[in-house]
Design a protein around this ligand. Structure first.
Ligand SMILES: [Zn+2]
Length: 501
């Protein structure tokens, strides 16, 4: 079995594109792995390819690793990066002899400079190379924007079922089970695909609470009742101005009638609950006021999720809106991060622990401005961190020079990193000597993934809307290329087509 992976989640409204180095240089992900490195460099991690390879080895299959890479979510993948990485995968694939199957670890929401549907383009190239008979199976992120082209070119597309994504490795193992099912006849190639007629805000897709939890419970019931069915529900990734942005259902079965019935059943469950998928979000100012009141009532840590600058959704991780609000309202016991600012981190390293320096903090995202402020360097670190939470478990994160900066007499401490990372794990804070469990208020640049590791220590979680490139309210995004008829929010306005002029 040939195995490869190429993951990117593209926010077409985000400020920075993903070039070749964004994939090649290790950061949150291990970089661009090739050949045997693919297995060695991902083993034991919560990654689809790791789960697939482990299950395949256990089942006695021979693995032929090609390449694997992922970059932090951002704006479009450059044509150069896409061509170089896709060509490397295809070249190595063309060298394999006696293949039984191809497995691809994909995200499903990749947009390149030229292609609105990156995975559709990649799957077409793979299919053209291996022909129609060889099984091609791919795993997808729960935030995949699935297209008909993707569905038609793969024998199975299998998505995560949790957000936070604690089941990435498990999903890889399910992809192997589906392939084994295709070989032994317990699974089939019949496929049904349904698109949901409204965009789902990221924060409403969390599977730890309703309505997300109910969707996946219903999915499991349908599979239970119809043997041989494999279902996926994709919440979709809304900040992507492409025709196939949004939620979808994929069903695989041995016959078309069964696949259609299973897909219709799950799609109906979701569309009947449109009301429940609304966004529960506060303006940044009110969120900070509420957090301070909660701390006064002896609660804490209170998490403020800075969702609109979530690096996991294409944000730069450097906006200053929530930080300014915390300072303006005199909040104390605040631990904030992870703020992406290589210059401030470098200045802190040069000055050393204990030094007091002036920095121009963050604010490189268009529309935002840096916060000019005097800080004390509370700690510095080399950024070599191993993930400890359920999401980044075992990940060897390379965040570059890091620093903990104390503002406002130490009432607000900010963890600064040189390579951007969603604040979905406690390890980078602990690396700088700051224990999130001891903070009164945690201001985290994340939408939902933080819940896996910070949820258990948080007394309260508030979603704060500070300015950033990932608006929870999609009506604020200047879409031009969505499919006509899709609603921009649950029960929201309908997209009628590109605005004229
Ligand atoms: Zn995702």
């Amino acid at each position: 079995m040939a195995v490869a992976g190429f993951q990117h989640e593209t926010n077409t409204f985000a400020p920075v594109k993903a070039d070749f180095d964004a994939f090649a240089v290790p950061g949150a992900w291990p970089g661009l792995l090739r050949g045997a490195e693919v297995i060695a460099g991902t083993r034991g991690r919560n990654l689809p390819i790791a789960g697939f390879c482990e299950a395949a080895e256990r089942a006695g299959h021979t693995l032929l690793p090609l390449s694997w890479t992922a970059a932090s979510p951002s704006a479009q993948v450059t044509d150069d990066a896409f061509a170089r990485i896709a060509n490397q995968i295809l070249e190595d694939l063309s060298q394999q002899v006696g293949l039984d199957a191809v497995y691809l670890d994909l995200h499903g929401a990749m947009v390149t400079e030229r292609e609105a549907d990156g995975e559709g383009a990649l799957l077409a190239q793979v299919r053209a190379l291996v022909g129609d008979q060889l099984p091609v199976v791919a795993s997808l992120d729960l935030h995949a924007n699935v297209s008909r082209a993707m569905v038609d070119r793969a024998d199975a597309l299998i998505s995560y079922r949790t957000y936070p994504h604690v089941d990435m490795a498990e999903t890889g193992a399910r992809a192997l089970a589906q392939l084994d099912g295709l070989f032994n006849g317990t699974a089939g190639r019949a496929t049904a695909f349904r698109q949901i007629p409204f965009l789902i805000p990221l924060t409403a897709g969390c599977t730890l609470s309703e309505p997300g939890r109910g969707v996946y419970a219903r999915l499991a019931e349908i599979e239970e009742a119809r043997p041989g069915v494999m279902l996926s529900f994709n919440c979709g990734f809304p900040p992507a101005d492409v025709p196939d942005a949004g939620a979808s259902v994929i069903a695989h079965a041995r016959d078309q009638t069964t696949a259609d019935a299973a897909a219709d059943d799950l799609a109906a469950y979701v569309t009947e609950r449109e009301d429940a998928f609304g966004a529960d979000i506060l303006p940044a100012g009110s969120a900070v006021t509420q957090a301070i009141e909660l701390v006064r009532a002896r609660r804490g840590p209170v998490v403020l999720a800075d969702t609109q600058d979530n690096p996991g959704a294409g944000g730069n991780g450097d906006t200053t809106g929530l930080l300014r609000e915390l300072l303006a309202q005199g909040a104390s016991g605040v631990l904030a991060g992870l703020l992406h600012d290589p210059d401030a981190a470098r200045a802190a390293h040069d000055a050393g622990e204990g030094a007091v320096i002036e920095v121009s903090l963050g604010g490189r995202t268009p529309g935002d401005t840096p916060l000019d402020v005097g800080v004390k360097v509370a700690a510095v670190g080399d950024g070599q961190v191993t993930g400890v939470g359920p999401f980044y478990r075992g990940a060897r994160l390379q965040l570059g020079p890091c620093a903990l900066l104390a503002l406002d007499g130490g009432r607000v401490r900010v963890a600064v990193v040189s390579r951007k990372l969603q604040a979905a794990d406690r390890a980078p804070f602990l690396h700088l000597g700051a224990d999130p469990a001891e903070a009164a208020i945690l201001a985290l640049k994340s939408s939902v993934h933080f819940r896996a590791d910070f949820g258990p220590i948080a007394s309260d979680i508030l979603i704060a809307a500070a300015p950033g490139p990932n608006p929870v309210d999609h009506t604020q995004l200047a879409y031009r290329h969505l499919r006509a008829g899709v609603r921009l929010m649950p029960n929201g306005p309908t997209f009628l087509g590109a605005p004229r002029g």
